[in-house]
Design a binder for this molecule. Structure first.
Ligand SMILES: CSC[C@@H](O)[C@@H](O)C(=O)COP(=O)(O)O
Length: 348
C-alpha cells in the first residue's frame, strides 16, 4: 500500500550544511525550526527534547557527527575517527535509554574505520542511509503490524512514536496509520503521557494533521478504557529491546501491558532492529533516564505543586517480554518474544 500521504512531517532534516530540527517543545501551537551547525548543539537539543523518540535521536546524532567532521582535516577514516571520538562521546551521553543513539554511532565508527581519504563522503552517505533505512523500516512495520489487527478493532497508543519520533511515518503510530489506511481500525485512543505529554502535545496533533479520528485519554483512564472493551490492541514503540525480549519504553508502558494482560487486550511493540540490543541481557541491565523533577512540579513553566514538595521523574520503564503479544520489526513479527526467538530473528 502507498503510505506516502503520511510522510509530510519531517522532524529531522539535513540541509547540506546544517541540521534542521522541528522544535518539539513548541508543538502543537508553533511549528518552529532551529538550525544547528555544531555537534555539541545537537547533543544539547537531544537532551532538551527539541528532538526526541528513539529513531529520531539516532538520526540526529548521526548528523551531529557529520557536523563535527565538517571542518576536520584527516588523512583517512581511522584518523578522523580518533579526532571525532570526543564529540561522539558527548552525543552518546545526551540521553541514556534509547539504544538507537549508540547504534547509530557504532555504524558511523564502523564505516570510518574502513574508509580512506574519501572518509567525509563515506560518513555523510552512512548518515543518509541510517535516515532512509528508518523510513523504509517504518513503512514495512506498518503493514506487518496492521495485518495483526482484526477489522473493527480499537487501538490505544502511548507517547509519540510517529513522524516526529522517526524519519517519517512512525513505528507504533505507523501501525495505527497503516491499520486505518487498510480500514481495519474503528477507534484510536492516545494517552496523554505524563509528565511531558508527548501523547497530548504530539500524537493527537499528528493524527489530526492526517485526518485520523483519535480520542485523547488521561493515562489514568487506560485500564478503565480496556475494561470497557473499546480497545483490542495496545500499540507502543520501544527505546530498547533486550536479548530476552524485555522492552524499555516511555514511562507508563508497563502499566498498560499489565492492564492489557488482565483484560485480554493484545500488547504490540513496534520497533526497528536499530532498537534491538542483543548485548544487553535483560531489562534489569538498562539505564533508565531520570529527568528534572521540574517536569512534574511545573506546567508551562508555572509551578503547580506546593513549594517544598519533591518529585521522582523516571521517564522510561521496562515491560517484561512475557507481557508482549507481538514484537513487530522490519525483519518480521516475533510473537511472544523470548531469548530464543530474539536470537533467531536478530542474531548475526
Ligand atoms: C518510535 S519512538 C519509540 C520510543 O522512543 C517512544 O515510545 C518514547 O518512549 C519516546 O520517549 P521520549 O522521551 O519522548 O524520547
Amino acid at each position: 500500500m502507498d503510505y506516502s500521504r503520511y510522510d509530510r512531517v519531517r522532524a529531522v532534516a539535513w540541509t547540506g550544511e546544517a541540521l534542521r530540527l522541528l522544535d518539539q517543545r513548541k508543538l502543537p501551537f508553533t511549528q518552529g525550526f532551529i538550525e544547528l551547525d555544531d555537534s555539541d548543539a545537537v547533543a544539547k537539543a537531544i537532551h532538551d527534547l527539541v528532538v526526541r523518540g528513539a529513531p529520531a535521536i539516532g538520526i540526529a546524532a548521526a548528523w551531529g557527527v557529520v557536523l563535527a567532521a565538517r571542518n576536520l582535516e584527516a588523512a583517512d577514516g581511522p584518523a578522523a575517527l580518533v579526532a571525532l571520538e570526543p564529540a561522539m562521546q558527548r552525543l552518546n551521553a545526551s540521553r541514556p535509554t534509547a539504544v538507537n543513539l549508540a547504534w547509530a554511532l557504532a555504524r558511523l565508527r564502523a564505516v570510518l574505520s574502513r574508509a580512506g581519504s574519501d572518509w567525509y563522503a563515506v560518513l555523510t552517505a552512512e548518515a543518509e542511509a541510517i535516515e532512509a533505512e528508518d523510513l523504509a523500516a517504518n513503512r514495512r512495520m506498518g503493514g506487518l503490524g496492521a495485518a495483526l489487527i482484526e477489522p473493527g478493532s480499537g487501538l490505544l497508543t502511548h507517547c509519540n512514536t510517529g513522524s516526529l519520533a522517526t524519519s517519517g511515518f512512525g513505528t507504533a503510530l505507523g501501525v495505527v496509520r497503516a491499520g486505518v489506511a487498510e480500514g481495519r481500525v474503528a477507534r484510536v485512543f492516545a494517552g496523554e503521557t505524563r509528565p511531558w505529554n508527548q501523547g497530548a502535545r504530539l500524537t493527537v496533533w499528528e493524527l489530526l494533521e492526517d485526518g485520523i479520528d483519535a480520542t485523547l485519554i488521561a493515562d489514568s483512564a487506560a485500564a478503565h478504557l480496556m475494561a470497557s472493551g473499546a480497545v483490542q490492541w495496545v500499540v507502543v514503540g520501544a527505546d530498547r529491546v533486550t536479548a530476552n525480549g524485555d522492552v524499555a519504553n516511555k514511562i507508563g508502558t508497563l502499566a498498560l501491558a499489565l492492564a492489557a494482560r488482565h483484560f485480554g487486550v493484545g500488547f504490540m511493540v513496534v520497533a526497528p532492529s536499530s532498537t534491538v540490543d542483543l548485548d544487553t541481557a535483560s531489562g534489569a541491565d538498562i539505564e533508565i533516564e531520570e529527568r528534572d523533577p521540574a517536569e512534574l512540579l511545573t506546567h508551562l513553566g508555572q509551578r503547580t505543586v506546593a513549594d517544598g514538595v519533591k518529585a521522582w521523574n523516571p521517564v522510561f520503564d521496562v515491560t517484561p517480554a512475557e507481557l508482549v503479544s507481538a514484537l513487530v520489526t522490519e525483519r518480521g513479527v516475533v510473537l511472544r518474544p523470548d531469548a530464543d526467538s530474539m536470537r533467531r530473528t536478530f542474531g548475526a
